[in-house]
Design a protein around this ligand. Structure first.
Ligand SMILES: [Fe+2]
Length: 416
């Protein structure tokens, strides 16, 4: 009898230890205690907000968000959708808040957290300077990512644009948990000085897509939505915009259009996407800030100038940019800092387009082409950075800031 009691006690101790061990493992694998919650847009940023978060279980109840405008005692409830987050056993929740007031601060909490958060919608008109931060190649090294997110938050931007290569998961099941860390880094560090969460809008990059036979790209890019989604399931689950196909435009009032493009990752540069781009630019002719964002650069500071995608972009998109009178484009992928000379018709022209890049947010930087021997480069360097863009009536300014907070470059452009 005594032996059996001892055995039972031993089993209980073992079971308890296993439970504690599992819990510690689960917490460690799922979270460091930071909530994987972030904000984004797929609709009008002046009147909507999309609240997204990961749940640690595969079966999440219907998610909802309670919210109210600061200073208004009336609370509203919005119900969203939950779906499995690929290869993680977790659930991704998206809740759209609609019918919001422009330029207004809101407070909210979700159905799964008792913590209150705040955000601000964008203003409907550009009456005061509006600042946003731009970068790319966001999270190959999370230690660097945390620092850059914190730097971006300190700059107090209205939102952040990330131009592809986000969590570096490559669509691989074994790397899917990197998304959790990516969301947690945004949640913890990408905070304005007043504590509000800063929304993020993203473009697609090569590391959002499962690698295939690259030698056959871009001719062999998938023609159907199911294959595109299979190759990039977590990216599509995480961000409702750009969705499928992975290009689209976000219009903000009558003063800003961010044109997100897919540089041969799931959609060929040439063909239907270029035709869409032509229509999109034509419809926005005369708007003061029409800004393309895409991953692979037309004018690379690190990568090969004759890379097929760079050539595709220079052949198909750049003439449309120039014809539409654009003056600024955001490029990435090189893990370098870059400012080009203004370029038009394949040469330096003061009325041309300045291409800024090349994506070194959360990555180890790479060496650049020699600036004095590369006709289109004005400045370049192997340094992590962000680009802070300030929009004002009649003018915009781009200040590039290193991870140490040092100003690397500043230039202004007059706008219609
Ligand atoms: Fe890339």
């Amino acid at each position: 009898m005594k032996t059996r009691l001892l055995l039972l006690a031993f089993i209980l101790v073992l079971a308890t230890a296993a439970c504690i061990g599992w819990f510690i493992w689960f917490r460690g694998s799922m979270t460091d205690g930071t909530l994987p919650l972030y904000l984004t847009w797929h609709d009008d940023p002046t009147t909507t907000m999309t609240v997204c978060w990961l749940s640690g279980t595969p079966d999440s109840p219907q998610p909802h968000v309670f919210y109210h405008a600061k200073g208004d005692d009336t609370w509203h409830r919005a119900v969203g959708k939950a779906r499995p987050f690929p290869h993680t056993g977790q659930t991704i929740n998206h809740v759209d808040l609609t019918g919001l007031q422009p330029g207004t601060r809101y407070e909210f909490l979700t159905s799964e957290t008792g913590e209150f958060f705040t955000f601000e919608t964008l203003p409907a008109t550009l009456d005061a300077p509006l600042r946003f931060v731009e970068g790319g190649d966001a999270a190959d090294d999370f230690e660097i990512t945390d620092r850059m997110n914190a730097l971006a938050g300190k700059r107090d931007p209205a939102f952040v644009v990330l131009g592809g290569d986000l969590a570096y998961c490559n669509g691989e099941p074994g790397r899917a948990n990197r998304w959790t860390t990516f969301f947690q880094s945004m949640h913890r560090h990408l905070r304005a000085p007043d504590g509000r969460l800063i929304p993020v809008i993203v473009a697609i990059g090569n590391h959002e897509v499962r690698l295939r036979d690259k030698a056959r790209w871009p001719e062999n890019l998938p023609a159907d939505a199911k294959t595109r989604n299979d190759l990039s399931a977590a990216f599509h689950a995480a961000f409702p915009f750009p969705g499928d196909p992975a290009f689209g435009v976000i219009d903000v009032g009558d003063y800003l259009s961010l044109v997100f493009l897919d540089s041969n990752h799931l959609t060929p540069v040439a063909g239907a996407q270029t035709e869409w781009l032509a229509r999109t630019l034509e419809e926005r002719r005369g708007r003061p800030n029409v800004l393309p964002v895409y991953h692979v650069p037309a004018y690379p500071s690190k990568n090969d100038y004759d890379h097929y995608t760079s050539k595709d972009i220079r052949k198909n998109w750049v003439p449309l940019f120039e014809e539409a009178g654009l003056r600024l484009a955001f490029e990435h992928h090189g893990h370098t800092f870059k400012i080009t000379h203004p370029i038009r018709d394949g040469k330096v022209d003061p009325d041309g387009i300045v291409y800024v890049g090349d994506g070194a947010w959360g990555v180890k930087p790479r060496e650049v082409h020699p600036v004095d021997q590369t006709w289109y480069l004005s400045k370049a360097g192997n340094i992590q950075h962000l680009h802070e863009v300030t929009l004002e009536p009649g003018r915009r300014t781009v200040e590039s800031i290193s991870i140490d907070g040092e100003t690397l470059n500043t230039f202004s452009q007059t706008v219609p």
